[in-house]
Design a protein around this ligand. Structure first.
Ligand code: NAD
Length: 309
């Protein structure tokens, strides 16, 4: 393949992401995990599916970073996943240590790569990777908004009994309970959502979107969502590698946009071969602005609580 993508963490999200990327023939994939044999075994298992499915991408796995050298994109999923009763924020200290170590290794072997962060608490882990890598903001991007928006899009499609292909939606803010679904900017084949659903139904969809992660955790009991998260990562990696200039909601290090400074917050951004190429500033109502500020405050609190990086 023309491109190489490293996926750190061969757990649920990491392995599913590797599988999706390879099956789409987007890139060769190197999986790295502290559980080296897990990564090696899953890579082999996926390769043994290749003759049946007919994809030509190569997947390898192990515990060593040398094979990751020269990766175009590095997806970071290493860390602990939430258990029932555990908030994303409880993960902070443990995952900070993991992300520090992983980022150092990735940058050493792929100094020009683009990091797509997945590990939670997402916005804070993006900041750890930014600080440790020293990369410009274009090359450290967090995956959350595509997933949150996908959940909202599914709930809308299901409520209206229409094709998911017709539904677009945006979710701003941090990847936590304070995220800000934007039904005003949701459309169904161009028709604004508020013209199609009553306000109470839209509010119920907003609430379900905010709780979308925990809804799955409560079903799984062990671990958190991975089918939709890995699909969201695929969308971002494809936009980057194919230089699509696709507008996707991503966690971006803001430098004054939306009145926010020096903080990763979910906003619409253009993704292309250089990574996060442009932040799109939407016009927000007073309520939406207040909700975004509240969400940014929650991210700020977390970043403030980060162990020294
Ligand atoms: P998982 O437990 O299935 O996999 C995590 C993997 O990371 C494990 O295989 C583990 O061995 C590995 N790992 C731990 N420390 C490591 C290290 N130092 N180096 C390399 N590998 C290491 O968890 P999962 O379900 O795949 O979730 C992974 C992360 O993604 C979690 O933090 C979870 O909360 C997060 N997540 C984020 C989103 C999002 O929207 N941003 C969505 C889903 C999951």
């Amino acid at each position: 393949m023309q491109y190489k993508v490293t996926v750190v963490g061969a757990g649920n999200v990491g392995a599913t992401t590797a599988q999706r990327i390879a099956e789409a023939e987007l890139a060769d994939v190197v999986m790295v995990d502290v559980l080296a044999d897990l990564a090696t075994g899953k890579a082999l298992d996926m390769m043994e599916a290749a003759p049946v499915l007919g994809f030509n991408a190569k997947i390898t796995g192990g515990g060593d970073y040398a094979p990751t050298a020269g990766s175009d994109v590095c997806v970071v999923t290493s860390g602990l996943a939430r258990k029932p009763g555990m908030s994303r924020d409880d993960l902070l200290a443990k995952n900070t240590e993991i992300i520090k170590e992983v980022t150092t290794q990735l940058v050493k072997h792929s100094p020009h790569t683009i990091i797509v962060m997945v590990t939670n608490p997402l916005d804070a882990m993006c900041e750890v990777a930014r600080r440790v890598s020293g990369f410009p903001r274009e090359r450290v991007i967090g995956m959350a908004g595509v997933l949150d928006a996908a959940r909202m899009r599914w709930f809308i499609a299901d409520a209206l009994k229409v094709s998911v292909e017709d539904v677009d939606a945006f979710v701003l803010g941090g990847h936590g309970d304070t995220m800000v679904p934007l039904p005003r900017y949701a459309t169904v084949n161009g028709i604004p959502l508020p013209q199609l659903l009553p306000a109470e139904t839209i509010e119920a969809i907003n609430t379900r979107t905010r709780n979308g992660g925990i809804e799955i955790v409560n079903y799984y009991k062990q671990g958190s969502a991975y089918y939709a998260p890995s699909a969201a990562v695929l969308d971002m990696v494809a936009a980057i590698l194919h230089d699509k200039k696709k507008i996707l909601p991503c966690a971006v290090y803001l430098q004054g946009e939306y009145g926010l400074e020096g903080l990763f917050v979910g906003v619409p951004a253009v993704l292309g071969r250089k990574g996060m190429e442009k932040v799109i500033e939407l016009e927000l109502s007073a309520d939406e602005k207040a909700a975004l500020q509240k969400s940014a405050d929650a991210v700020h609190e977390l970043v403030h609580a980060l162990p020294s990086v």
